[in-house]
Design a binder for this molecule. Sequence first.
Ligand code: NIG
Ligand code: FE
Length: 400
Amino acid sequence: MTSVLLTGIGELSTNDPRRAHEAGADPADPLARLHDAALVVEDGRVAWTGRAVEAPAADVAHDLGGRAVLPGFVDSHSHLVHAGDRAEEFEARMAGRPYAAGGIRTTVAATRAATDEQLLARATALVAEMLRQGTTTVEVKSGYGLTVRDEARILAVARQLTDETTFLGAHVVPTGPDGRPGDPAAYVALVTGAMLEACAPHARWVDAFCEEGAFDADQARAVLEAGARAGLRGRLHANQLTAGPGVRLACELGLVAVDHCTHLADADVDALASSGTVATLLPAVEFSTRQPFPDARRLLDAGVRVALASDCNPGSGYSSSLPFCVALAVRETGMTAAEAVHAATAGGAAALDRDDVGRLAPGARADLVVLDAPSVVHLAYRPGVPLVHAVWRGGRPVAG
Ligand code: NIG
Ligand code: FE
């Protein structure tokens, strides 16, 4: 197998403190960055990282001319399998209408009416859009079907695009055939019964939307516990619109991640800090719903593990771009650029309980982004500028 040396790397974000500190990185840098660095790829994996002057020989060499290199982004939260859009709803919000969970039903109707081929075509295009912006690992949820058949086919589509699939039958209670509000207890029984049985073979994770207008803590607990019995690991949408009980539930159940975390009481921050649960922030949602942004600084200062993800969905935030989320997180949530990039790479990997992605360390998958910039800081400093020069996945250039 050919080995490839990438050299002339002006700044290499490794997320690998042990190796980087041996090579002279600042111990306080969240990204464990090396300067004037090089990296060797072999068999789709990172084989070596370090200072360019110490690089071993390889079969092929590329000089990156001082560009910055970082791990491929790990987007741990998206809803890519859907049909239709809600641009009108967005426009109404910008004119002052509030966001409400009920808008999900608009996308449910469009998704049920779409064929599997249509759903796959849209989701494939979104994955390609993400890849061009540096996302090399993506989690994809169901949640716009809300019948046994539709949730299972959404997950079968998602499974064709990623291993990180999540069963989100408990997204919202669907309306009944007569157009009247559905019965929450009967729907939770369906989600934890026949729907889970049909969906579990296609999913790695189970999720629920714990929020006013969606599911309360007891209902979310029932869904997560049933998912766990079916072999699915748990994650939760919580504290997006109100300081409800979801974050504490997620910590109590030892879930891998709890997502949104916009409205937090001190007890929520304490629970996160003393659990291993990752707090995933989705600032493109606050952008698109014109809501106050979450406070990443408060979480980081309390010692909470933070991830950044897109939440790409047609309702609350339709951006596929982690560079955009990084820029927003820096401007609006109190993170430094290094913290935000760390959260969108290593943080996303932690939120998916993965150690093979999100870092450029020997043995990790060679998923990386080359920037047309000397530093990751430019992702926030030059927002909206297409800075991605090339993207490698599994040791091969795939975009750029
Ligand atoms: O993560 N919060 C719940 N679900 C999505 C929104 C879905 C929608 O509005 O269509 C979210 O923001
Ligand atoms: Fe979401």
